[in-house]
Design a binder for this molecule. Sequence first.
Ligand code: SF4
Length: 412
Amino acid sequence: MSPPPNRPKAGDSPLGALAPAQGAEGSLVNLLEFDHEGLAAFCEQLGEKRFRATQLFRWIHHKGASDFSQMSDLAKSLREKLAKRAEIRPLTVATEQASADGTIKWLFDVGGGNAVESVFIPEDDRGTLCVSSQAGCAVGCRFCSTGHQGFSRNLSTGEIIAQLWFAEHHLRKRLNLAEGERAITNVVMMGMGEPLQNYAALVPALRMMLDDHGYGLSRRRVTVSTSGVVPMIDRLRDDCPVAMAVSLHAPNDTLRDDLVPLNRKYPIAELLDACNRYLEAAPRDFITFEYCMLDGVNDTPEHAQQLVKLVRDKVSCKFNLIPFNPFPESGLKRSPRERVTAFARILQDAGVVTTIRKTRGDDIDAACGQLAGEVQDRTRVKERISTRSPIRIHREGQHGWSDTQNKQETKA
Ligand code: SF4
C-alpha cells in the first residue's frame, strides 16, 4: 500500500510538534493508555500532586499536544520528569483514503503485521468517527469482512483512544476549525472487532471520550455496538452506560445462529432481556437494532413480521436497515432496494421506528461491514467460516427455505 502524500509518522503531533525522541520505543510509558484517574495515579508515582493530571490530560486530549515542552502551564521540573519517563505515542498511519462523499478512512499500523481501520463520516450537523476495538474479530459473522479475516489481538486502551486523538486533532487542522470547535461530535464503536470482548480496554477509552477535560462527548453521542455479549452488556450498564446498538440481523434463533454465531451462546430472548436491563441506565430510551439486509436470506415480509412480533411492546428500540456491502468470500448479495423499502414499511406500519442507512464511503471500502484492515489470524475463525455450510436462500414463491445452495443466487 502506498502512503498518502502527508503521511504522519509515529511521534508526529497534529499540532505539528514532535514527540520526545529519546528512549527506545517501549521504554517510555505511553500516556495515551491512561484515563484521567490513571494519569492521576501516574502523577502520584512521579511525586506530583494529582491535580497535575488534569492539566496534563487537557494538553494531551483537548489540545492534541504530544511534546511536553509545549505544556506551558506545567512546571519545568515536571516537564523534564515526564520527558524522561513518558511519551505520547500515536498510531502510525499506513494509508489514508478519501471518498467522493467526504468520508475518510485511515489504516493504522498496530504492529506485528496487523492494521486496523477508522472511518470519519461528515454530515451537515455532525462528524462521526467509527473506531476499531480489536485487530480482527473472533465472532465471525457471515456478512462481515472483518469477521472473515479471523482474530489477532485486542487493542489496548491507548490504541483505541489514539484513533480518536489522531482524527480529532488532524481534522481540526485540516478543516481549519476555530478554537473550541470540534471535528468529531459522535463516536461509534463499530469498526473492526467486538468491543465487549475487549471490555477492560474499552471502558477507560469510553471514559476518556466522555471526560470534559478530554473529548467532552455526551453519553448519547458515544455508541457501543455489540453482537450480543450478554454478561458484558450488564457490566457496561453498571460501569459506563452509553448509547447501545445491537447487531441483530435475524428475527429467529435458527437464522441468527448461522449469521451471528455468538447467538448460539446468547440466544435472542436472553439478548432482549439484557437490552431491557441496559435501558434502565442508558442515556437514550431505545436500543438501536442493526439489521443487514441480505438478499433472499433475512429480507422477506415474513422476516419483517417476525421482527415485529419479537420486539413490539417488548423492548424500546429503533431499527437501522443496512444495505449489505458485498465482498467475494461472503457468498451473499445485497437486497434489492424495493425489498428493503417494503421491509421497512412493514416495521413502520407496525409502529416500529425504522430507518434505512445511507451507504457512505463505499468507493473506498469504508462502508459498514467492509472494514478489513490487515489481520494475522491467531485463531481458527477464518477456517471455521470457510468450512461452514452455505447459507440457505429463500426463493420467491416458496414458503420456508431451500436446503441447497443455488450458486447463481449466492455468487457475489
Ligand atoms: S459484525 Fe462485528 S461482531 Fe460480527 S464479525 Fe464483524 S466485527 Fe465481529
